[in-house]
Design a protein around this ligand. Structure first.
Ligand code: SF4
Ligand code: SF4
Length: 78
């Protein structure tokens, strides 16, 4: 029996491109994106981040929704 392939999905936000508008938070069907309030980026915004990578289904709704193209989705086979 072949080893099961594990797919790691990672939503990544470009820290300095994000303007903290929250559209990606609304778009995510798994509700795993939040606007962090710990660190401002170079434009003076608090940015979004994924809070549970294991729940991400790589649907890319967040990336499609982002007006600043700040989100990339990576799927890594392990
Ligand atoms: S890819 Fe889909 S599930 Fe993953 S963070 Fe973006 S909207 Fe949520
Ligand atoms: S939609 Fe884009 S700009 Fe808006 S909070 Fe999400 S990543 Fe940042």
């Amino acid at each position: 029996m072949a080893d099961e392939e594990k797919l790691l999905k990672r939503m990544n936000v470009n820290f300095d491109r994000c303007k903290g508008c929250g559209l990606c938070v609304t778009a995510c069907p798994k509700k795993i994106i939040e606007i962090q309030n710990e660190k401002l980026n170079s434009k003076g915004y608090y940015t979004s981040r994924c809070i549970d990578d294991d729940k991400c289904i790589s649907c890319a709704r967040c990336a499609i929704m982002c007006p600043d193209c700040a989100i990339t989705i990576k799927v890594i086979k392990k």
